[in-house]
Design a protein around this ligand. Structure first.
Ligand code: TXA
Ligand code: MG
Length: 354
């Protein structure tokens, strides 16, 4: 399949005539059952018509993803949620008012219009109203309901730039809308509103504290930061070893001096054994490391930068063919919970405390 790749210069909402034409063409592809990758404020999505079972099947095939892993349905107007849920609790309206459009996904009981192919056989549907202008326009042109997982091959880090979408998806889908680098860099927060109290199934930019301010009590799935809880994660996709670089990743936690000393002794040893070594560090510690490849996530004080660069740096480790990677750890409070959730998964929960 030939993949049409086009650039969108304007992310601020005002599209040129040419860009409108690209977006209309992309919307038509979606309405006719094809697949289009597009930027959102979190990560790039791989979109198809959420109400068309054939489109959902194609999404699983293009990603190489197990079909029991449900897709998020993206909308571009609040009222459109009524078309795909069988019940709209007051809690959903309150958090929609507080956080939509934005990086938040709600789980609600699905209506009959949503095929089981889209929800991975579940009676519930995940709904998100993204804030990215190109995403909103594409959803409108595409018929109002776009099912979109992250636009990576299953098991790879989610793409935060069009280059990585192209790397994973060229030849497998109809079109890629290149909107440059995304803003947040980690996938949306998922909150399950079918249980009482509501439960966070995947942490993201909208934190537990932020949700609690609107909803009162909000739980977190125990599996978010642990793999020894004896429970299966409630978001089916969270059970897979996700977000993984090809090299073996280990997180090292402790006082900065000890972390640097430990990592340097390990990379020296690994290097002698013929491994290609990499370190994921921060501005504060960068010069301390002596590995083959040293990448910086940003300043420790700037969590937005750490989040935005995490998948990018994991992908760069692959590009540089690194076989052993060591990363510093981060505090898991607030937005840090999302950062550590993704980093722990990428590391298969290998953590060394020094
Ligand atoms: O930020 C995002 O949410 C991005 C962008 C493209 O919008 N999308 C995304 O989709 O991350 P994906 O498919 O990579 O992750 C969707 C997650 C999976 O872990 C899936 O299991 C969970 O949402 N999920 C979807 N529907 C669900 C449902 N009905 N019940 C529980 N979990 C659900
Ligand atoms: Mg994904």
């Amino acid at each position: 399949m030939k993949t049409d790749i086009v650039k969108l210069e304007q992310n601020a909402g005002a599209f040129s005539e040419k860009e409108e034409e690209y977006l209309r063409r992309a919307g038509k592809i979606i309405r006719e059952g094809g697949l289009v990758a597009f930027p959102t404020e979190t990560v790039y999505g791989l979109g198809g018509d959420a109400l068309n079972r054939e489109s959902s099947r194609k999404i699983y095939e293009a990603k190489g993803r197990p079909s029991d892993n449900p897709l998020i349905v993206h909308i571009c107007r609040l009222e459109d949620i009524n078309g795909i849920v069988s019940e709209l609790p007051e809690s959903a309206v309150r958090i929609a008012e507080a956080f939509w459009p934005g990086p938040l996904t709600m789980i609600l009981p699905k209506s009959d219009r949503v095929p089981f192919e889209t929800t991975g056989g579940l009676d519930t549907v995940a709904v998100r109203f993204p804030s990215h202008p190109a995403a909103q326009r594409l959803i409108a042109y595409g018929g109002g309901y776009i099912a979109a997982p992250s636009a990576n091959l299953s098991g790879r880090p989610s793409p935060t730039t069009a280059e990585y979408v192209i790397q994973d998806m060229e030849g497998r889908i109809d079109m890629i809308l290149d909107g440059g680098e995304v803003g947040i860099g980690l996938e949306s927060t998922i909150v399950d509103l079918t249980v009482e109290p509501p439960q966070i199934l995947r942490p993201g930019y909208v934190t537990q504290e932020m949700l609690c301010r609107v909803l009162g009590e909000v739980d977190t799935d125990v599996t978010i930061l642990r793999d020894d809880s004896g429970h299966a994660p409630k978001a089916p996709g969270m059970k897979y070893r996700h977000y993984a670089p090809k090299g073996e990743l280990v997180i090292v936690e402790g006082a900065p001096d000890r972390v640097a000393a430990y990592i340097n002794s390990r990379t020296a040893e690994d290097g002698l054994r013929g491994e290609r070594t990499g370190v994921i560090g921060t501005e504060e510690s960068m010069e301390r490391y002596h590995a083959h490849v040293v990448k910086c996530l940003g300043s420790r004080g700037d969590r937005d930068s750490i989040a935005r660069n995490l998948y990018l740096v994991l992908r760069q480790m692959d590009d540089e063919k690194v076989t052993k990677i060591y990363s510093e750890g981060f505090a898991a409070d607030g937005f840090g919970q999302a950062i550590m959730n993704r980093l722990l998964k990428a590391a298969g929960h290998r953590v060394v405390k020094v």
